[in-house]
Ligand binder design. Sequence first.
Ligand SMILES: [Zn+2]
Length: 443
Amino acid sequence: MAGKKRKAKAKIRVAHELPRRRRNAIQEAMAAHKPEDRPEWDRGAKWSNTRFYRKIIKPGTMRTVHMPLLETDLGDSWPIPVTILHGSRPGPTITILGGVHGDELTGPSTCTHLLSNAFTDEGKPLDPTKMAGTIRIVPIVNLPGYRAKSRYFPDGRDLNRHFPGDPKGSTTKRVAAQAWKYLFSDADAIVDLHSAGKGRSNMPQIRANLAHAGSNILAKAFGIEIILDSKPPSGSLRKAAIALDIPVVTYEGGGANTLDHESVKVAMHGVLNVLRSFRMIDGNPLRPRFRMLASGSHWLRAGEGGLLDMFVSAGSVMREGEVIATISDPGTPGITVDIVAPEDGLLIGAATNPFTAAGMPVGHFLPVSKHLKLLSDQIDTNGKFLVCGSQGEAVWREEQDIDEVAVEGDWSGGSVDSEWTITKEINETQADTFSDNEEEAEA
Ligand SMILES: [Zn+2]
């Protein structure tokens, strides 16, 4: 009996943070969703060249096309590189993009790695001769913003609030219309890679409208634990895509103006999982040990201004009352104010900018009342949650990429400012040290 109970428990899909009404809406949407029967994706279906921005891409090849963001005869048309991997067999068309916000670097870095030889060469995961369907990879949509190290387009607007755009509208609206036409409107799925805004950092997480069946399936296919159920903001790529019933998710990881290795790694893990789930590339998708479908996150805000001293970082599992940060003011020494976890939960986003004013966000907090153990069973020595896909070697690293170095020198002892002294005896010392391994060293 006890054994049976345990077995049943292991099947629990953690959705306790979703309100009942929302849960019902999701259930209804999933029940109404019929698995698509797409004869054009049949292995035996006709499959030929594809076109992207007037360029032809043959089956089993990849090609980088420069697509102008603005259709102009004069001035800069802002061409951006888009790489099309056109598989040798029929399948869906997926757009993977980064840099909608020009200062968010998780997407650009992820896309760049995916386009490297370690992924696209013969026999590698994205080898187009082995692939089914078509992948469009767009490392940086907002290239003018990226060059200016800015979130925005040069007219000061946020591209992710102007979809599906208007070819006769503002500069950003025109860009949105162009991107919408060529990159998104005919896609079978969209994965939009983001980071937190300036001065903040996010732990790897997926944001999706779970009451949209296609997006729900895509969100789970990504293969990570934290999924925030959120209705997309007006003008966002997510909203425009869902209006056309195109599955879409936003991945969030790291922060603006920084390159977070772990977030990039998890993003690549997620993209490959999505492609495997769609049967576009070989292999089975990796799945997390559990999923948290959540809508109950909230922002913890500074009650005072001054210097914010963060004790923990994004991804930390917190117990109620544990200190997240303290605020002090150099103008008023002797007084500090603690910001504590309001309940048990997960800090999914955290401030990284120590300059703070009353009302500024310090943390993005996901209260987890019932299933905290799922989180606390999967943490590192600093109490940080280990996201599925974040462990082990970087998937894009190859044996020949690993430099092996021998550091020569003797520590002269004393203070940390002491210098390394190179000694002639080092070769002898080394010979001594490694003599035990002589057999292994011999080849
Ligand atoms: Zn963003």
